[in-house]
Design a protein around this ligand. Structure first.
Ligand SMILES: Cc1ncc(COP(=O)(O)O)c(C=O)c1O
Length: 372
């Protein structure tokens, strides 16, 4: 079987040129006679690798010197706990609830903080938009937002002004998909398995003043940012190979115009798909214009009417299952929608080619005709 177009929400497709380099270097990376997978993280061969990846993150994301770049483990989900554990001073934080991952972050913060205020939410309409909350005030230790909501396919089109309160953002599913002003944030974090690398590494970018040594004793060593910043993300064995592949992906991003180049590429892909959806009688996008993600595009067919009688639900399921099955046979995989939204979802991360999106639209067109 040849390569498929993989629309998975994560882990997701990687640039083919990166996979080719990985394959070529598997037995002997740069004359070391070994794969990076096998290298000691303390070796002379590995040290320049992790340092180089940090330099690439700094360059491509324009990270100022007063921020640390950390490569951690435990997924973005561990950040849901690390953030309140490390940023807690008065026991109060504000969160904006825009979906599943925001909610998980909120629930986790409530384990550690006295007050977690949900200052805005899009639950009233099933998380199909980003609320308007341009200014957030209060005596909070930090404010948390999820910049791109992988499941519902929404994305903040603006950055809220939080004044002196550190703004924390989960950028797991939009990291490096477009330029981002790091100075507007106190902390950014991203699981790598969408736009950066294979699963296993979490990128954290944190402003120096938020890294504290005076944390309560119960905060586990591995859950303290100071542990990792003092040790150059080498307190324990880092996910060496995922970090290495992140470096290769970042080289690819640079070759393709950096964050600006990604924005251009991603806008072109997303415009094609949304325009097709907006002009179709058979499909429709689920997210309000103005809140749409460039990365995750959920869509429904005309058989998703909102009716809850048995016959309508059965018809809807039949069509969705048929779509996913026939798409898979056509080499377009992982298009099943999340159960909370239903229908289909195409994740079109940085590495998805314009040809992949065109192939998807051609398939959708054919399917619509056959099932009108
Ligand atoms: C926005 C967002 N945050 C957090 C997570 C959880 O990431 P992890 O599986 O790395 O813990 C995901 C996973 O898809 C996500 O999309």
């Amino acid at each position: 079987m040849g390569r498929v177009f993989n629309f998975s929400a994560g882990p997701s497709t990687l640039p083919e040129s990166v996979l080719e380099i990985c394959a070529k270097e598997m037995m002997d990376c740069h004359g070391t006679g070994q794969s990076v997978m096998e290298m000691s993280h303390r070796s002379n061969a590995y040290k320049p690798i992790i340092e180089g990846v940090e330099a690439k993150v700094r360059e491509l994301m324009n990270v100022p010197d007063n921020y640390k770049v950390l490569f951690l483990q435990g997924g973005a989900s561990s950040q849901f706990a690390m953030i309140p554990l490390n940023l807690n001073k008065t026991g109060k934080a504000a969160y904006v609830d825009t979906g599943v991952w925001s909610k998980k972050a909120i629930e986790e913060a409530r384990r550690y903080l006295d007050v977690v205020d949900v200052v805005a939410s899009s639950r009233d309409r099933g998380c199909c938009y980003i609320p308007e909350i341009r200014k957030i005030e209060g005596d909070y230790d930090y404010v948390h937002i999820t910049l791109n909501n992988t499941i519902f396919g929404t994305k903040w089109s603006y950055i809220p002004d939080t004044g002196d309160i550190p703004l924390v953002a989960d950028i797991s599913s939009c990291v490096l998909s477009e330029p981002l002003d790091v100075t507007k944030f106190g902390l950014l974090y991203a699981g790598a398995q969408k736009n950066l690398a294979p699963a296993g590494v979490t990128l954290v970018i944190i402003r120096d003043d938020l890294i504290r040594e005076d944390l309560p004793k119960f905060v586990p060593t591995m859950f303290r940012y100071d542990t990792h910043s003092k040790n150059g993300s080498m307190f324990n064995t880092p996910p060496c190979y995922s970090i290495y592949v992140m470096g290769l992906v970042l080289d690819w991003v640079k070759e393709n115009g950096g964050a600006e180049g990604m924005l251009k590429r991603n806008t072109e892909k997303a415009d094609l798909l949304y325009n097709y959806l907006d002009n179709s009688d058979f499909y429709h996008a689920t997210v309000d214009k103005g809140s749409r993600s460039l990365m995750n595009v959920p869509f429904l067919t005309k058989y998703s009417t909102g009716a809850t009688d048995e016959a309508s639900l059965a018809k809807e399921k039949e069509i969705n299952d048929k779509f996913v099955k026939e798409a898979t046979a056509a080499g377009l995989v992982n298009l099943k929608g999340h159960r909370l939204v239903g229908g289909m979802r195409a994740s079109i991360y940085n590495a998805m080619s314009i040809d992949g999106v065109k192939a998807l639209i051609a398939f959708m067109e054919k399917f619509a005709k056959e099932n009108a």
